[in-house]
Design a protein. Structure first.
Length: 318
């Protein structure tokens, strides 16, 4: 079964590759827009500065971020939770670069909302909240730069900023809803798996005594033999058990079987397993014993405890 660690690692790799592709597409788009703006004389800065500001600078920032992120994600000393934060921050930094560099564009101000929602894919409200906070800070920076540079008298600037703010908050709220929904699903699946495991364990056990059934014990014995493990196997029955059933009834006989099974489980403990063959026949498989005397001690303990099981019972079946 796939672990959460492997799932997160796979998604980090996928997001990192996607981030590289997006950065390449953004860089090509910036180059195309730059070419068009220069051709139709929309550049409002000297050409070298304009090229540096809207193409060279964002390309340098984005690929530097990706390079540093690659090194951090490959560092085995960084925890899984921190790596999840790193990939989310990488997505945010690329988005924030677009937001700040191209602050004159209303849609560009909203780009970090994508990073906010991506943070929700790692089931962490904390990461999502941090990315949302960072996005609002960079939105303020982008708006301030826009005011200082070109649109100080434009009401559209403030409308774009408000819309971007609302979209970022909506992305954060959506991410939280998504996280809570996924956690509810995970809890439900976990409970279902636990129930399935319990049912599988029950199928392996004898209904009356709670010991392992004959089939499962045979499997465990065969596994021990295949693994060349040293084990002790003993078959145990209850003397004159038929007369107990005939004299006191099968309900009392079942009670005796359950009590004897309890003694076996308690005595063997973690040193082995107990199973029921059928009727009054049971068997135990033990390992991790130091010598033959240890197994004899176990047998003596079982015999003594069974002998005293109904010592004061008026039916006197010892």
């Amino acid at each position: 079964m796939e672990t959460m660690k492997s799932i997160n690692e796979r998604w980090r790799k996928y997001l990192f590759k996607l981030l590289i592709y997006i950065t390449l597409v953004v860089s090509l788009t910036e180059a195309l827009l730059l070419y068009i703006q220069v051709k139709i004389s929309l550049a409002y800065l000297p050409l070298p500065i304009y090229i540096f500001r809207f193409f060279i600078l964002p390309v340098m920032i984005n690929f530097s971020v990706i390079g540093i992120g690659y090194l951090l994600l490959r560092n085995d000393n960084i925890t899984e939770e921190r790596k999840n934060s790193i990939i989310c921050v990488l997505c945010f930094l690329v988005s924030a670069t677009i937001q700040i560099i191209h602050n004159i564009s209303g849609p560009a101000l909203c780009v970090p909302a994508v990073a906010v929602f991506i943070a929700g894919s790692f089931q962490s409200i904390t990461i999502s909240r941090k990315i949302a906070g960072y996005s609002i800070v960079t939105l303020c920076i982008a708006t301030l730069l826009n005011v200082m540079e070109s649109r100080v008298h434009s009401d559209q600037l403030y409308l774009d900023a408000v819309v971007a703010f609302v979209i970022i908050l909506a992305a954060y709220a959506s991410a939280n809803v998504y996280i809570k929904k996924e956690k509810d699903i995970a809890i439900t699946l976990s409970k279902g798996q636990e129930k399935q495991v319990e049912m599988e364990q029950e199928l392996k056990k004898d209904v009356l005594t709670g010991l392992f059934n004959k089939k499962d014990m045979y499997i465990k014995i065969q596994q021990a033999i295949d693994n060349q493990e040293e084990i002790y196997l003993a078959i145990i029955d209850i003397d004159d058990f038929k007369s107990v059933n005939d004299t006191y009834g099968h309900m009392f006989g079942d009670e005796v079987l359950r009590d004897v099974a309890g003694i076996l489980k308690k005595t063997v403990g973690r040193n082995g397993l107990c199973g029921r063959i059928g009727g009054d026949e049971m068997f135990i498989v033990m390992e991790h014993l130091e010598d033959d005397e240890s197994i004899r001690t176990v047998f003596r303990t079982i015999k003594n405890n069974v002998s005293w099981l109904y010592h004061n019972d008026p039916r006197n079946i010892n």
